[in-house]
Each structure stands twice: as C-alpha cells, then as structure tokens.
Design a protein around this ligand. Sequence first.
Ligand code: ATP
Ligand code: ATP
Ligand code: MG
Ligand code: MG
Ligand code: MG
Ligand code: MG
Length: 270
Amino acid sequence: RLSMAKSKFEYVRDFEADDTCLPNCWIVVRLDGRNFHRFSEQHEFKKPNDDRALHLMTKCAQTVMQELEDIAIAYGQSDEYSFVFKKKSRWFKRRASKFMTHVVSQFASSYVFYWKDYFKDQQLMYPPGFDGRIVLYPSNQNLKDYLSWRQADCHINNLYNTVFWMLVQRSGLTPVQAQDRLQGTLAGDKNEILFSEFNINYNNEPLMYRKGTVLIWQKTNEVVTKKIKLPKEAEEKEVEVTRTRTKVVPLHCDIIGDQFWEEYPEILAE
Ligand code: ATP
Ligand code: ATP
Ligand code: MG
Ligand code: MG
Ligand code: MG
Ligand code: MG
C-alpha cells in the first residue's frame, strides 16, 4: 500500500545525527533565562531577589518534573534550573535533543502560562526565552559535585548581590561606585560590610536566597473523604481513605555536605 511504501525522499533521514546519551550516566539539563538582566529590569524585579520570580521559576520546574519522565532531582537559583534524569532512564531512547528541547519548551511555556499567578498586575512585556545545555555525569560523585558547584555559585552571587544592592539602595552609591567598592573583596569583607554598615547578619537572610531551591519527590499521605455506594444500601456513605501520593516538594537546604544525601538516599539509588 502507498502508506507503507518509502518515498524517494526518505534518505534525508540518514542526515540526522545520532545523539544518544551514554548509558548509565546521569543526564543533566540546565536551562538559563535569556538576557534576564534586561528582563528583570523591564519587569521591575525587586533587587537582588524578587520572590515572585523565584517562585514562578520553581512552579515551572515542578511542572517540568511532573509532565516529563524520570527526573530524580532538580536545583534552581536566579534565572537557571538544572534537571537530573535517572541514569537508567530509557525515555526517548536517551536522545539528548529530545531531553533538552522537551525540558526547555515545557519550562518556557509554563513561565508564560503561570506568569499572572505570581506577577498579578505586572504585565508580561514580551515573550521570554531560555537556553539549554546537556551534560552527562558518569559517577554519583560527579553529579553531587555538579550540584554543589551550582549551589556554591548561588552563594557567591547572592552574597555579592546582597552587598551591592545595599550600597546602591541604602548608601546611594551608583552601580559603578558599588562595583568599585567591592572590587577585590573576599567573602569575609562582604559579610563585614553588611554587618557594620547595614546591621545585617548574612546568615539570617532567607534560605531560599542563600541556598537556592532543591526539588525532590516525596511521598505524602493524604486523608480524603470518599463517597461510596454500597450495593445493598440505598444511601451513599462517606468514608475516610488514606492515599499515598508522590509530590514534588521544594527545599532550601544545603546539598554540598553529606547530610542531604544521607537523608534522601533514594535519589541516587536508582
Ligand atoms: P544570559 O542570556 O547570558 O544568561 P543574563 O542577563 O540572563 O544573560 P545571567 O548571568 O543569567 O545573565 O543573570 C541573570 C540576571 O537576572 C541577573 O542580572 C539577575 O540579577 C537577574 N535575576 C534573575 N532572577 C532574579 C530574581 N529572582 N530577582 C532579581 N533579579 C533576578
Ligand atoms: P509526539 O509527542 O510523538 O510528537 P503527537 O501526538 O504530537 O506525538 P505527531 O506525529 O506529531 O504526534 O502528530 C501530531 C498530531 O496533532 C496529529 O494527530 C495531528 O492530527 C494533530 N494536529 C496537529 N496540527 C493539527 C491541526 N492544525 N489540525 C488538526 N490536528 C492537528
Ligand atoms: Mg549565562
Ligand atoms: Mg540568564
Ligand atoms: Mg543565569
Ligand atoms: Mg508531535
């Protein structure tokens, strides 16, 4: 039959590159907002940390985890999120382009879809974009080090940004003056400026800002009342049943030390 026959054009398929991810490796997709320096200004993000934007990012990441297969853990900060697929995943025959494009497009459409839930009256001025990349990590240690690297980045940037915006917003320095003031300072110096000039103990800043957001699957027991109709009785009866559901929950904890991985061994187990 015609539909079974191959057309003479079919050969062009052979030009497609094989991008199968190496077996037994953790597959990490990291996305990052395109030019969010400008996007955050145009949408009047509160500096250095706009809660609406951070919560929207996390909502989008939760959507990605729920909609797509085999994501074991995700980590996000600023305008970026990393998604870790299980090393045994067979989703889309482990094709890298499928993983990356599904993650990024699902995230980007969610960002627009859920925008108004977080930003209310603040209009979305133009369609935001996100880039994506994929990296394979062959050992659990490599994966933990990758996530540690992103969380260390969160810490370094957030400490810098916290002092920078204090100098601009409270001391009236221009951005260039604030940058000059911070040139060559170490973490201890920045903590000291925050404490002595602004009476801020950096360790008391919100965990979400300092640690970013970790998304993991957690079993929750939900007690729901269900109406059931017994065959011999005319009336519907209400009974309480406990349903075990797995949900994506956000944490703002340290993932650099061993404690997190000891507390949730199942993340690396499969
Ligand atoms: P690129 O396209 O290369 O990623 P970019 O402008 O997005 O360029 P990033 O290094 O990704 O550069 O930095 C993200 C920018 O978005 C920073 O300027 C940061 O201050 C801003 N930003 C992201 N999230 C927030 C937030 N929740 N609150 C305030 N500002 C934010
Ligand atoms: P996959 O995720 O594998 O791509 P799919 O369901 O999207 O699954 P496709 O082979 O891409 O499968 O087929 C697209 C489907 O969407 C078809 O069933 C097609 O009928 C439907 N579709 C797409 N565009 C239109 C359209 N403009 N009008 C009606 N149906 C459409
Ligand atoms: Mg960048
Ligand atoms: Mg960016
Ligand atoms: Mg970024
Ligand atoms: Mg399709």
